[in-house]
Design a protein around this ligand. Structure first.
Ligand SMILES: *Cc1c(COP(=O)(O)O)cnc(C)c1O
Length: 433
């Protein structure tokens, strides 16, 4: 159902194909399954946890019979829980072992696997439009690259993404078009919205989006929280509390949704950078979105997180929200200091987002730290942020093989003006390289 409650309830595949609900709200589950650790007996790897956790959400849906293969395809790389200190009182959940070395690979791959089964029976071609300010576009492009029956167009603001990000957005070809828009990220988002309303484009192909509000990206993110909390529960008989580097709140919401299904999850701390809309809201109760500020943890530079709507649908009362969720804001100076300290203390190399979570843990009162089992969520591999990390730790960051391969590919992209006629022209079938 929609977070605004004004649209008819939709099944899982309808929600995935539509992206946004017709009333402008975000799709959320109508009801929650009641699961417990014994329901996961024998489920060791992420794919088998995924099947048991997600089956109730797709029950009766056209996707239900293919959940097994979808999960096997999406969860084909691990999310290891690495202990740091105190016999596992503190550990790191590494979500960066996928093709583009960030957690968004999980959601993007699950969504691509769903789309491949929902379409691909000789129906009209499907075109997926993504506006990106950095990480999302790369993960989506990687997940859909070379899939038959699907065209992808990635729109990014020309000159406003980092060199590493630009390589990841433009190294594809075949069914993926990379469009450098002469404008800002907001222009890219506006163009995608206009495209959805454009009769000419709609006549050419079925349009869909793969941005982070799609339910098909959010639900699979619950899986690694379920698996990590089950691992802690099996080893220690205690709940795991998570510290989640947060921007648009999708990843943190997935953790809270996993908790809602009955997974052994304790508290959730939202670690924000200098964009403090959410921490301020938790402190004062006033929701005051604002323009975003550029920080070192750039994937979290969000001043008006869209998933707040889902968070408030889950916890309509602020008092209730505060019993489970807390939030803090970390400065760039603290991020730098934490990257240095993480290397010195634990031999860990952290990306700026992960360091934000580590700083949030550092700030917890000692008795709170000692009372629980804490898990720092590591959202990206540090090699994606070498320019920031290497000077701080005084050594080179090893680049994972998959990322190195990707960065070595030739790049191609088309530059367009920030208007609809330019987008239409760029999406002509014959304009593909
Ligand atoms: C997208 C992203 C985040 C923020 O996740 P949200 O779901 O938007 O809160 C954090 N870290 C990295 C590396 C990301 O790519």
């Amino acid at each position: 159902m929609s977070s605004r409650g004004q649209a008819p309830a939709a099944g899982f595949s309808a929600a995935v194909l539509q992206g946004l609900a017709p009333d402008g709200g975000l799709y959320v589950p109508v009801s929650w399954p009641r699961l417990a650790p014994p329901d996961f007996q024998g489920a060791g790897d992420l794919a088998s946890v995924a099947v048991r956790l997600l089956a109730p959400f797709v029950a009766g849906d056209p996707l239900a019979p293919t959940l097994g293969p979808v999960a096997a395809e999406a969860f084909n790389f691990p999310a290891p829980l690495v202990p740091l200190e105190g016999q596992g009182r503190l550990s790191v959940l590494e979500l960066f072992h996928g093709p583009t070395a960030a957690f968004k690979d999980f959601g993007a791959r699950f969504l691509a696997a769903c789309f491949a089964r929902l379409r691909g029976h000789g129906e009209r071609a499907l075109t997926i439009l993504v506006a990106t300010s950095g990480d999302t576009g790369g993960a989506v492009a990687a997940a859909f690259h070379e899939r038959p029956g699907v065209e992808v167009a990635v729109l990014f603001p020309k000159g406003l993404v980092s060199p590493t990000q630009q390589r990841q957005l433009t190294c594809w070809g075949e069914n993926v078009r990379s469009l450098a828009v002469r404008g800002t990220f907001d222009d890219c988002q506006r163009l995608v919205k206009q495209a959805f309303l454009d009769e000419e484009l709609k006549a050419r192909s079925v349009l869909s989006s793969a941005n982070s509000i799609n339910l098909g990206r959010l639900l699979p993110q619950c899986v690694y929280y379920a698996a990590a909390s089950l691992a802690v529960w099996r080893a220690h008989g205690e709940r795991a509390s998570f510290i989640v580097p947060s921007g648009n709140l999708g990843n943190a919401l997935a953790c809270l949704w996993a908790r809602e299904t009955g997974m052994p999850i304790g508290e959730v701390v939202l670690a924000h950078n200098a964009n403090r809309t959410v921490p301020d809201f938790l402190a004062s109760g006033a929701w005051e979105p604002r323009p975003s500020i550029a920080t070192l943890a750039s994937a979290m530079d969000v001043g008006n997180p869209s998933n707040m709507e889902r968070l408030r649908a889950l916890f309509p009362r602020l008092e209730e929200l505060r019993t489970v969720v807390s939030a803090c804001s970390v400065t760039d100076e603290e991020i730098r200091a934490r990257i240095r300290a993480g290397y010195r203390q634990f031999g860990q190399i952290w990306c700026p987002h992960t360091a934000t979570a580590a700083q949030a843990w550092e700030r917890l009162p000692q008795q709170v730290r000692e009372r629980g089992r804490w898990v720092l969520v590591s959202t990206a591999h540090p090699a994606k942020f070498r320019e920031i990390v290497e000077p701080l730790i005084g050594r080179a960051v090893p680049v994972p093989e998959a990322l190195a391969k990707l960065l070595a590919r030739p790049t191609q992209c088309v530059e367009i003006d920030a208007d609809l006629s330019a987008l239409r022209a760029a999406l002509q079938p014959e304009s593909n390289q």
